[in-house]
Design a protein around this ligand. Structure first.
Ligand SMILES: [Zn+2]
Length: 243
C-alpha cells in the first residue's frame, strides 16, 4: 500500500510502521461529543489518518466553548458543531472520511455503534456517559472514556466483558461531574482528548497496551500522572451478568 507523504513521520516509527498505518486507514472510530475532548481527538485522528471518523453531537457553537474547543472560529457562533468539524477536517485531510451525526446520543442510535471499531466518550455528563457505556457493552464495541474538570483529567479504555466498564469504576466520584458547573482549564481536555486519540490509534494498529482496567489521572496543577487500577466488578449492574 502506498501512503501519502503526509504520514511519512509515522510510517518510519519502529513498532508502528506501514502495517500500523494501513490498519489505521482501515479503522472506523466514532467520537461522541464534539466539545473540548472531541475537538482534539477528531483533529489528531484525522491528522494521523484514521480511515473513517464518525462524529456525533447536537450542539451549536457558543462563545464559552472557545477556551478549549479549538476547531471553532468566532464566525461559527450558533452553527452546528458536527457540520463545521466535518467540513474543516475533510478539507484538512481529504483521505479521511468524516461522517456527521447531528443528534443527541439516544438508545435508538445503538445500531450505528456496531459499525465502528472503537468509540470515544467525549461527553460532558454522567447520564449520557452511562448510556454510551451500555450501548457499547451491547454492541461489544470498545469505548475510550475521557473526562476533564477544573485542573484534572482522566482516561480509561473499556473492552466489553474483558475489563471493567464505566459502571465498575463507581462513577459517583467528582471526576464524572460536568465542567459547565465546576469549570475547566482549556489545556486539560486538550491533553485528555489527544490521549483518547492515542488509545484509538493503539487499538486499531495493535501497537502498545491500551488502558484496560487502568484509570489514568492527570493533575495539571501538579504536573503529575497517576494510574488507578480497577478490577471488573462481578456484580456490576451493567457488565456483571454472565455473557
Ligand atoms: Zn461493569
Amino acid at each position: 500500500m502506498d501512503f501519502s507523504p503526509r504520514y511519512s513521520r509515522q510510517v518510519i516509527v519502529d513498532g508502528f510502521g506501514p502495517e500500523g498505518q494501513e490498519a489505521l486507514a482501515r479503522g472506523r472510530v466514532m467520537i461522541v461529543g464534539m466539545g473540548g475532548l472531541g475537538n482534539p481527538a477528531a483533529q489528531y485522528l484525522a491528522a494521523a489518518g484514521a480511515g473513517t471518523i464518525g462524529i456525533m453531537d447536537n450542539d451549536v457553537v457558543s462563545i464559552s466553548n472557545f477556551n478549549r474547543q479549538v476547531l471553532y472560529q468566532p464566525d461559527d457562533l450558533n452553527q452546528v458543531k458536527v457540520t463545521i468539524v466535518q467540513e474543516r477536517l475533510a478539507r484538512f485531510n481529504p483521505e479521511v472520511e468524516i461522517i456527521a451525526f447531528k443528534q443527541r446520543l439516544n438508545e435508538d442510535s445503538s445500531d450505528i455503534f456496531g459499525e465502528y471499531d472503537i468509540v470515544l466518550d467525549c461527553l460532558d455528563n454522567l447520564p449520557d456517559r452511562l448510556l454510551l457505556n451500555q450501548i457499547c457493552l451491547a454492541a461489544k464495541t470498545p469505548l475510550v472514556h475521557g473526562g476533564a474538570i477544573r485542573f484534572y483529567g482522566q482516561l480509561t479504555t473499556i473492552i466489553p466483558f474483558k475489563g471493567p466498564c464505566l459502571r465498575c469504576f463507581s462513577p459517583g466520584s467528582a471526576f464524572f461531574c460536568d465542567c459547565e458547573r465546576v469549570g475547566v482549564l482549556g489545556p486539560i481536555p486538550g491533553v485528555i482528548g489527544v490521549l483518547q486519540a492515542m488509545e484509538a490509534v493503539k487499538y486499531l494498529s495493535g501497537a502498545g497496551e491500551v488502558l484496560v482496567g487502568r484509570l489514568l489521572v492527570f493533575d495539571g496543577l501538579q504536573g503529575t500522572v497517576n494510574e488507578v487500577r480497577v478490577e471488573r466488578n462481578p456484580k456490576c449492574p451493567a457488565c456483571g451478568s454472565p455473557n
